[in-house]
Design a protein around this ligand. Structure first.
Ligand code: AMP
Length: 489
């Protein structure tokens, strides 16, 4: 299958060629014709599969070849609203600012030979520049739900002409408590539109949302392109708790590593590590929820350009970060939710490139490691680095995650999860949200317990059209228990 067999127009194919893409990924090969057909779509695909181009390319094609109903004669001319402004014809909702920015960048990249305008919109920055931008007219809007609704509430935004609606990373949206916002957005969109839902997992909540949103959708499910076993070389370096920082600096300097994405569990851990690396002469910045949007955008840009050697991130901040062919991912601390390990290491070895995922594991984390190995169905090779041999007498200590403590031994032999000092053990339910919308991650998430996401896995890609309910299945891949440690991540 080649890109030019998919029915895309020459200006779009040219932009794809300029990106250096030769063949469509499985999700693209299936989603592009389905979206061009005009029907609704439910796609099981996560970051790393090429899903963004899977919806952006056909969306650009449809928008650039359709004449708006009010100016039916002018091929490709923008649709205008009652005030004569270019009306928003496509809306893409994403859970995070980073993802919104990256999706909009893709819209610009793939649409650079077309005359369509796009805009990214998220909270945490001033409203006025966004209002000014909206006034100039926007064909394709990429937004996070909160700010979109703020604009809608202030009547600075008209969604009545939306023809294509995309819900990207729908499972993340629900995890982050955006369901009410999504429902509000759906209520203000026109009834008649093409809707596309992308999600890595299919819980009952997602299926319920899909039932509400989609009309006889085509179904696509693709396996993760970069399933850990295939492309990512994984290694565990056992090390003493107190020597992890030193070992990390040693590995980076000895290996002459550049573009290293390092994960910590908590924000303050990310800050401390960044300080240490900078003192050791390794340029590093942290991105997490307490950093301003400007700081995060700059860190990401410097990291992408190679100016910054190390980016230290928490799981939540790292979601949706799209960096091509990242050569090194380091788990400075293992995640307490095994599925997060799969998400983390999926940042390397993307779209066919090979990568390396290193985990620095101290005695406290052995149970996390065991859960991860169970989930990925393989043992990760262990290699002790000379000079960094772990102290054999070191005793495991419980890991404290915000108000949660994850003990060294628990029921069923697994890591126990509970509160340290009279607090209630995390029940895994969503915390109450007084006053509606939860803060976005960058506005400081605290104490959010979330169900563990399940990585999309499975065999060959499959497409089917359901007769009734969804043909996609939810596979609880050994995930168990609540996601602790939302606190401070
Ligand atoms: P996504 O899953 O949309 O986040 O895309 C993952 C990465 O794959 C992005 O960095 C894209 O630039 C890249 N990519 C998307 N489509 C292709 C393709 N057909 N060939 C090679 N790389 C691609």
């Amino acid at each position: 299958m080649k890109f030019d067999e998919l029915g895309l127009s020459e200006p779009i194919l040219r932009a794809v060629r300029e990106q250096g893409y030769e063949t469509p990924t499985p999700v693209q090969a299936q989603a592009i014709p389905a979206v061009l057909n005009g029907g609704d779509l439910m796609a099981g695909a996560q970051t790393g599969t090429g899903k963004t181009a899977g919806f952006v390319l056909p969306m650009l094609q449809r928008l650039s070849s359709q004449a708006g109903p009010r100016d039916g004669h002018s091929h490709g001319a923008p649709l205008r609203d009652a005030r004569g402004r270019i009306a928003i014809r496509a809306l893409i909702l994403t859970p995070t600012r980073e993802l919104a920015a990256q999706v909009e960048e893709s819209v610009r990249t793939y649409g650079k030979h077309l005359k369509l305008s796009s805009m990214v919109m998220f909270g945490g920055v001033g409203m006025q520049p966004q209002i000014d931008r909206l006034r100039k007219g926007v064909d394709i809007l990429v937004a996070t739900p909160g700010r979109l609704l703020d604009h809608h509430g202030q009547r600075t935004l008209d969604l009545s002409q939306v023809q294509i609606f995309v819900l990207d990373e729908a499972d993340r949206m629900l995890d982050m408590g955006f369901i009410h916002d999504i429902k509000k957005v759906l209520a203000v969109l026109p009834q008649k539109k093409q809707s596309l839902l992308f999600s890595a997992t299919f819980s009952d909540d997602i299926k319920a949302l899909a039932d509400r949103l989609l009309n006889q959708p085509a179904l696509i499910e693709v396996a993760r392109r970069n399933a850990p076993a295939e492309l990512v070389a994984q290694r565990v370096h056992p090390v003493s708790r107190e020597r992890k920082k030193e070992l990390l600096a040693h590995l980076i300097l000895q290996g002459d590593w550049h573009q290293v994405l390092v994960f910590t569990r908590m924000k303050h851990g990310a800050n401390r590590l960044t300080e240490y690396l900078n003192k050791s002469g390794i340029t590093a910045m942290a991105i997490h929820g307490n950093k301003s949007q400007t700081a995060r955008t700059k860190a990401l840009a410097d990291f992408k350009s190679g100016e910054l050697r190390v980016l230290v991130a928490t799981d939540i901040a790292a979601r949706g970060i799209d960096i091509d062919q990242l050569p090194h991912v380091v788990n400075f601390e293992l995640p307490n939710v095994p599925e997060d390990y799969v998400h983390r290491i999926g940042r390397t070895g993307r779209a066919g490139a090979s990568g390396e995922a290193i985990s620095l594991v101290c005695v406290d984390e052995e149970l996390f490691l065991r859960d991860i190995q169970r989930l990925i169905h393989r043992e990760i090779p262990r290699e002790v680095i000379r000079g960094f041999e772990p102290d054999p007498n070191e005793k495991a200590e419980p890991i404290v995650l915000g108000r949660m403590t994850i003990g060294v031994r628990g029921p069923r032999g697994g890591a126990s999860r509970g509160a340290p000092s009279g607090g209630r053990p995390n029940s895994g339910g969503r915390p109450p949200r007084p006053g509606g919308r939860p803060p976005q991650p960058s506005q400081g998430r605290t104490g959010h317990a979330q169900p563990a996401p399940v990585p999309a896995r499975g065999g060959q890609p499959s497409t089917s059209r359901p007769s009734g309910g969804s043909a996609l299945t939810h596979r609880p891949a050994g995930g168990r228990g609540p996601r602790g440690g939302g606190h401070g991540r």
